[in-house]
Design a protein around this ligand. Structure first.
Ligand code: HEC
Ligand code: HEC
Ligand code: HEC
Ligand code: HEC
Length: 360
């Protein structure tokens, strides 16, 4: 082949056009909407993509209201045989709650999703009913002891389930890739594998087991307070990477930028953080308590097909409720129409005490 100047110029021109067109595709479509939330010059702003907001809005619609009923009548505990949680409701109120949870959790399966056909309604034959009873207690726990996070907005089954028996956003312990080099170069913790849990970054693929099950006391930190490392677990590189992994999940789960909760010139500083960071801090503790005290202990109740690769039960993270919105359903006050879900759990119906993974 002869490289005439003409050919060289033509080839260069083709490359330039291809590179230019290629570059065009790297821009976000359409342009982001930027809203400033802090002082000028400190990059306190939120970037929203209108295209993604449309998808987010579609996911975050409140359910249809369930008609109120006349509260008079006999107590459910007197009318029915096996009512352990909702006994103080009257019979009609109780049936209203059954109608509601059917609409929120199993609109397709109907009552039969939890009540085996041909059995008494009092039978606990189906695991789904046993799980649902615990879910009632968990929802009450959220609405009464975690007002520091959910305020009076509160949650119902819909907040997580949205008409599906298995919420869209759940997680399991992730054993990571099998790697021949494990042991030789240490535990990669699923790094370099572009995990969806951490926004397709190459951070450790499971920050949830490290930080969201409770009882672990693993500080979510990467800025050490001492000149030299004092404790391998709190100032290791992996600790920092898990922290970033969790932060990316929190951003994605809420559909916000880091600056929704931080001033990026000083991530650790609480004085300079927006108040939302405090709400998020309580949210982390709440999720730890729900996973350790309610969801993980359901392990023996589920059929094997519902368990994760290491045999753990399905658990919640920020996205389970938020589903991409800064407040689940943009703050629609779901709990107020269902006061039966804002009753403190009596002794023995609250969270189970935390037990480490090995002893579960
Ligand atoms: C998502 C699961 C779920 C669905 C769907 C469901 N239930 Fe229930 N049902 C329960 C649970 C849990 C209890 C026990 C509540 C308790 O212990 O306080 C219960 C108890 C009952 C009882 C009391 C039975 C007794 O004698 O102890 C009746 C009646 C009942 N449900 C009717 C219905 C009807 C009618 C529907 C459909 C409109 C329905 N349920 C849908 C979970 C469900
Ligand atoms: C904080 C989020 C959250 C809330 C609130 C919540 N759930 Fe759940 N629920 C879960 C998770 C996570 C699972 C595990 C999913 C699975 O079974 O794989 C689950 C599972 C279930 C299942 C078992 C489904 C199956 O097929 O395995 C039932 C039934 C259920 N929930 C009913 C309810 C009811 C009724 C309420 C309201 C009283 C409720 N949930 C509130 C998160 C939630
Ligand atoms: C929804 C609020 C929220 C969002 C969004 C968020 N963070 Fe955080 N961040 C927190 C909270 C709360 C803590 C403290 C956690 C704790 O102490 O349990 C924290 C801690 C941190 C720390 C540790 C600081 C220290 O003390 O060592 C870093 C670093 C950090 N975040 C970076 C980020 C980055 C980067 C992003 C974006 C990818 C981000 N955060 C998004 C709430 C948020
Ligand atoms: C059980 C459901 C649930 C879970 C799980 C959950 N949240 Fe929330 N969150 C809510 C509700 C409900 C609100 C609205 C409270 C209100 O109206 O003030 C909220 C509000 C917030 C806010 C305040 C937003 C604002 O603009 O004021 C932040 C920040 C937040 N959540 C962060 C988190 C983080 C981070 C996680 C995971 C560690 C998390 N949430 C997990 C239910 C949940």
């Amino acid at each position: 082949m002869i490289f005439t100047p003409r050919l060289v110029i033509a080839t260069a021109a083709v490359f330039a056009v291809v590179a230019f067109v290629g570059l065009l595709f790297t821009f976000e479509r359409p342009g982001a909407i930027v809203s400033q939330t802090g002082y000028r010059g400190v990059a306190m702003e939120q970037n929203y993509n209108p295209r993604m907001l449309v998808a987010q809005q579609a996911r975050n619609q409140p359910p249809e209201a369930i008609e109120k009923v006349d509260p008079d009548g006999q107590k459910a505990s007197e009318v029915y045989q096996n009512v352990q949680v909702l006994g103080d409701l009257t019979e009609v109120e109780f049936l209203r709650t059954m109608t509601a949870i059917t609409a929120w959790v199993s609109p397709e399966g109907g009552c039969a999703y939890c009540h085996a056909e041909g059995e008494e309604l009092s039978s606990d034959k189906l695991y789904t009913k046993v799980v649902a009873r615990r879910m009632l207690q968990m929802t009450r726990e959220v609405n009464t002891t975690w007002k520091s996070h959910v305020a009076d907005t509160g949650v119902t089954c819909w907040t997580c389930h949205r008409g599906l028996p298995v919420p869209e956003e759940i997680w399991f312990e992730d054993p990571g890739r099998r790697s021949a080099s494990k042991g030789l170069i240490g535990d990669p913790a699923g790094q370099n594998a572009a995990a969806p849990a951490v926004g397709l970054s190459s951070l450790p693929n499971d920050p949830f087991t490290a930080f969201l099950v409770g009882g672990k006391d693993a500080p979510i930190r990467n800025i050490s307070q001492t000149a030299l490392p004092t404790d391998r677990n709190t100032s290791s590189v992996k600790q920092a990477e898990w922290t970033y992994g969790l932060m990316i999940h929190m951003s994605e789960g809420l559909g916000v930028n880091c600056t929704y909760c931080h001033n990026s010139r000083a991530f650790a500083s609480w004085e300079q953080s927006p108040p939302q960071r405090v709400t998020a801090w309580h949210g982390i503790r709440m999720v730890q308590a729900l996973n350790a005290g309610f969801l993980d202990p359901l392990r023996p109740t589920y059929p094997a097909s519902r368990l994760g690769p290491t045999g753990d039960a399905p658990k919640a993270n920020c996205a389970t409720c938020h589903q991409g919105a800064y407040k689940p359903l943009y703050g629609a006050p779901l709990a107020k129409d269902h006061p039966e879900l804002t009753v403190p759990n009596p002794q023995g119906q609250g969270p189970q005490p935390f037990r480490s993974s090995a002893s579960r």
